[in-house]
Design a protein around this ligand. Structure first.
Ligand code: ATP
Length: 235
């Protein structure tokens, strides 16, 4: 297992937003976490990336304990987080934003190579490399956020609602990019409100309901599950 979360609880102040969550991410796979607003999806991702301390359980990455590590160390271990709402630096240029993703790396040549490969993957970012990030469209900002995460040379990418607020054709483009980076060997944890899209992309899925894991299974099986169809797919 690349990442394993065992009986994890985490929250804000004294309120546990997620309780007793266990999630396994095999190397090279796409795992999705679906659930309603406030179910605890973002909280789970933030616990994985060390942005939020956990109050119970343990998290291992490539066999090593990572819970309790600061987020910067977790990134250095190979986990990149593409947060909800992209969180790019609005006043910095596209290229400066991308370079922030590599701030912990010492291999200068590797960073230049990866910058070139991000520009090859996202030609629009190359065209706009000197443009201030806040002037980019929502889809371009999402690509920038993904590009920035790739600049840390991760083995696992955590993506929080990458389709949010984007037009259907851009959502298709983002989906294709997720498939592409996964096909190149990157493992992905995908949080989505768009359950249809998430179950189509993922190998395995977890359903969170009010902070607990209500269901899990192969994505195709959950797609055919009656409860999932009624509650999340509107069928
Ligand atoms: P959404 O899709 O709406 O982002 P989610 O499934 O990602 O939902 P979380 O954002 O993880 O859900 O929220 C889980 C619970 O934790 C909610 O009850 C939410 O109100 C609470 N919560 C989230 N962030 C904070 C915070 N910074 N302080 C206090 N409570 C929070």
């Amino acid at each position: 297992m690349l990442l394993e979360m065992k009986s994890v609880s985490a929250g804000y102040g004294r309120i546990a937003a997620v309780r007793d969550i266990s999630i396994r991410v095999p190397e090279g796979k796409i795992v999705t976490i679906i659930g309603a607003n406030g179910a605890g999806k973002t909280t789970t991702l933030r616990a994985m990336s060390g942005m939020l301390p956990i109050t119970q359980g343990e998290i291992t990455f490539d066999g090593k304990r990572i819970d309790g590590m600061p987020a910067s160390k977790v990134v250095a271990h190979g986990i990149a987080h593409v947060p909800e709402g992209r969180r790019i630096f609005p006043d910095m240029t596209v290229e400066e934003n991308l370079r922030t993703g590599a701030f912990l790396r010492k291999d200068k040549e590797g960073v230049e190579r990866d910058l070139a490969s991000v520009f090859t993957r996202f030609p629009r970012l190359r065209e706009r490399r000197r443009q201030r990030a806040q002037t980019m469209s929502g889809g371009e900002q999402q690509m920038l956020a993904i590009g920035r995460a790739l600049m840390s040379k991760p083995r696992l990418m955590l993506m929080d609602e990458p389709s949010m607020g984007l037009a259907p054709v851009i959502v298709e483009e983002i989906a294709r990019i997720i498939e592409e980076i996964n096909a190149e060997g990157l493992s992905v944890v995908l949080v989505e409100q768009n359950a249809e899209l998430a179950l189509e992309l993922a190998d395995h899925a977890y359903v969170l309901e009010t902070g607990r894991c209500a269901l899990e299974g192969p994505a195709g099986e959950l797609h055919d599950n009656e409860h999932v169809r009624a509650a999340y797919l509107g069928i």
